[in-house]
Design a protein around this ligand. Structure first.
Ligand SMILES: CC(C)(COP(=O)(O)OP(=O)(O)OC[C@H]1O[C@@H](n2cnc3c(N)ncnc32)[C@H](O)[C@@H]1OP(=O)(O)O)[C@@H](O)C(=O)NCCC(=O)NCCS
Length: 145
C-alpha cells in the first residue's frame, strides 16, 4: 500500500474543502444530510486533520477542544474504497498525538454503533447509555491520553 501521510489542515484551505467533500460523501450522503454554511464557518475553532495517499485526501477527522483537558473527536471518515486497511487507525493515532501536544489528557467521542468495534480496537471504552444522533444509534466513548 502507498505511504500514508497525516497532517493538520488550515480551515478554509483547498485541502480543508477536500475534507468537507470527503465528509459529505462518507458521513452525510448516506444519511440524506447536508452541511450548513454556518456549521462550516463555526469549525474555524476546530483542528482539522487528514490522511493523504499520493497527495490525495483519503481520510479526515475533526478535533474540538473542550474544557477540563478533554478533546472531542468528530466526523471521522475514510474514503469508502480504502476502509479496512489501517488508514482510520493511523489517523486516530496521529490525532491523539496532536491532542496530547495541545495539552489534552482525555479524548471523547460519540461513536456510531457500527464504528464502536473500530474504537474498541484503539482502546477506547464505552461509557453512559446508548443514544440516537442524526437518526442512528450511538455510544459515548473515551480514552485517557
Ligand atoms: C469507521 C472507520 C473510520 C474505520 O476506519 P478504517 O480505516 O476502515 O479502519 P482500520 O482499517 O484502520 O481498522 C482499525 C482496526 O479496527 C478494526 N475495525 C474497523 N472497522 C471495524 C468494524 N466495523 N468491525 C470490527 N472491527 C473493525 C479493524 O479490524 C482494525 O483492527 P486491527 O487493528 O486489530 O487490525 C471507517 O471504516 C469509516 O469511515 N466508516 C464510515 C464512516 C464512519 O462510520 N465513521 C465513524 C463515525 S463515528
Amino acid at each position: 500500500m502507498p505511504e500514508i501521510l497525516c497532517k493538520t489542515l488550515q480551515h478554509g484551505s483547498l485541502e480543508y474543502w477536500d475534507s468537507v467533500a470527503l465528509r459529505y460523501k462518507i458521513l452525510r450522503i448516506p444519511l440524506n444530510l447536508d452541511f450548513g454554511y454556518s456549521q462550516l464557518i463555526a469549525e474555524n475553532h476546530d483542528l482539522h486533520l487528514a490522511a493523504f495517499q499520493d497527495d490525495k485526501i483519503v481520510a479526515c477527522l475533526i478535533l474540538t477542544p473542550l474544557e477540563n483537558g478533554k478533546m472531542k473527536m468528530r466526523q471521522v471518515a475514510v474514503d469508502d474504497h480504502l476502509q479496512g486497511q489501517g488508514i482510520g487507525k493511523a489517523l486516530v493515532v496521529y490525532s491523539e498525538e496532536i491532542a496530547r501536544h495541545k495539552g489534552a489528557d482525555e479524548m471523547v467521542l460519540n461513536a456510531r454503533e457500527t464504528a464502536v468495534p473500530f474504537y474498541l480496537s484503539l482502546r477506547y471504552e464505552i461509557y453512559g447509555e446508548p443514544f440516537t444522533e442524526v437518526g442512528i444509534p450511538h455510544r459515548s466513548m473515551r480514552k485517557k491520553l
